[in-house]
Design a protein around this ligand. Structure first.
Ligand code: AMP
Ligand code: MG
Length: 428
């Protein structure tokens, strides 16, 4: 497998003023041709640092792609560093100098002497043409083994040059190999619980590899399939994907760009079902998510944000005595909120959320993060479609700060509805 090291050069990168987007983009491009990106390194505009980074990167790689540091100014030192590592001098490339002069002449100007350096390349190296700027790239071979490509840092210029002159060469060296990736998203179980279910599928020596990442409480299972040909990589990806889906069942709500609310919206639309909300601690987040999706008016007409007890009573008719006896954050109250909202909105489903998002308001029996979620649906066999509800209610304990607790509560409410729409009992 072709091993590639990526090196970014620029003071603005090491000081954090500019985010290094080049490395991420280059990695994606290289991964797609089945090359293994073995390292990312970033150094400032310092010749000695650039030289040592090139030497170190070369140890573990068959090719190095450098971006940045080939402008015309004093602080652009990549070409000098490349020459030093190659053990040669910079020499003038007459062809590129002529092009530079032409570039200024077309603008009715004379090339500043400073730009002459941009036509200097290490002896034995070749030029990578730049059609979007004045900095030509450099291509050389290090120690007779490592392909070295130096491109400008400006993303627009780097991308054009990389795709035109670097990628085809590396793809040929990579001999048709390909990496294909699938992300399968889950919500509701922790990363270790998901990993436990995946068992030996997560074996590091396996190909395709299976790994997990978490973002916003969503545990995603990432399948990387790397093979000598694209068709084999796709076949193997499909086979592993079905094993992962087999192990996780309906915990997987979607793949790649799928988002939870859109998945729920699609299920509602397919069943021509409507939903309403009665929210306390989420302050409308569940209805916000339900209406994130274009076309949401097909299934969502209205919802309630009933934050105070008085509002729960006045708007949704939640019994005041019940509120006093059990407290607003309780299963009986969440149940009443869901049931009454469904009746008032004449909706097929209703979601109610009442919880303690913190940082204050927790107690020993109901600590911060305690959230009751109720889902109401038509009671089986009951004659009055909206008046008779069957309610599923759960109490959760979500970790984290206020924002996290509210976010997880809303996602869990949608997840309970999703399981209901799939006709399966939620596993939590
Ligand atoms: P240079 O070719 O080093 O003169 O870079 C020119 C400009 O390109 C810099 O000022 C940055 O704004 C941008 N740039 C350089 N390197 C990167 C990088 N790795 N990722 C994103 N932008 C970059
Ligand atoms: Mg620079």
């Amino acid at each position: 497998m072709l091993r590639v090291a990526i090196l970014s050069v620029g003071d603005e990168l090491v000081t954090g003023q500019t985010v290094d987007t080049n490395s991420a983009w280059l990695s994606q491009q290289l991964s797609a041709i089945g090359a293994a990106v073995v390292s990312h390194a970033t150094v400032g505009d310092d010749q000695a640092m650039i030289e040592s980074a090139i030497r170190r990167s070369a140890e573990d790689a068959d090719a190095i792609v450098i971006s940045g540091g080939i402008g015309p100014t004093e602080d652009d030192l990549t070409r000098q560093a490349v020459a030093a590592v190659l053990g040669t001098e910079l020499e003038l490339n007459e062809g590129w100098l002529a092009k530079l002069k032409e570039f200024w002449a077309r603008r009715g100007a004379v090339m500043p002497e400073m730009n002459r350096i941009q036509a200097m390349i290490p002896r034995g190296a070749t030029i990578i043409e730049n059609t979007a700027g004045t900095a030509a790239g450099v291509r050389a071979t290090l120690a007779g083994r490592v392909d070295l490509f130096s491109t400008p840092g400006v993303p627009k210029e780097m991308k054009v040059m990389f795709q035109r002159d670097v990628l085809p060469h590396l793809a040929a060296r990579s001999a048709g190999a390909a990496l294909v990736v699938r992300n399968l998203h889950t919500f509701g179980m922790g990363e270790s619980a998901v990993a436990e279910r995946l068992g030996t599928l997560m074996d590091r020596k396996r190909n395709p590899t299976v790994g997990t990442t978490v973002s916003g409480g969503i545990v995603s299972v990432r399948v990387y399939s790397k093979f000598e040909s694209r068709s084999r990589a796709l076949d193997e990806l499909a086979a592993t994907e079905s094993l992962v889906r087999g192990a996780l069942g309906n915990l997987v709500f979607g793949a790649d760009d799928d988002v939870l609310q859109a998945v729920v919206a699609k299920l509602l639309a397919e069943r021509k079902a409507s939903v309403t909300t009665a929210e306390s601690c989420t302050g409308g987040l569940v209805s916000k998510m339900l209406t994130d999706v274009p076309g949401s008016s097909a299934y969502f007409k209205q919802g309630w944000v009933v934050y105070a007890n008085q509002a729960k009573y006045e708007r949704l008719g939640v019994n005041l005595e019940m509120l006093n006896v059990y407290g607003a954050v309780s299963e009986p109250v969440a149940t009443a909120m869901a049931r009454n909202a469904r009746r008032l909105a004449k909706a097929d489903f209703s979601l109610a959320v009442s919880g303690i998002a913190g940082p204050d308001g927790g107690s020993a029996t109901k600590p911060v993060g305690t959230v009751c979620i109720a889902l109401a649906k038509a009671a089986a066999g009951a004659p009055r479609r909206f008046d008779d509800s069957e309610v599923l209610v759960r109490t959760f304990n979500f970790p984290g700060d206020r924002e996290m607790i509210r976010d997880r509560s809303a996602k869990m409410a949608l997840t309970l509805l999703r399981y209901e729409l799939l006709g399966e009992r939620a596993p939590f």
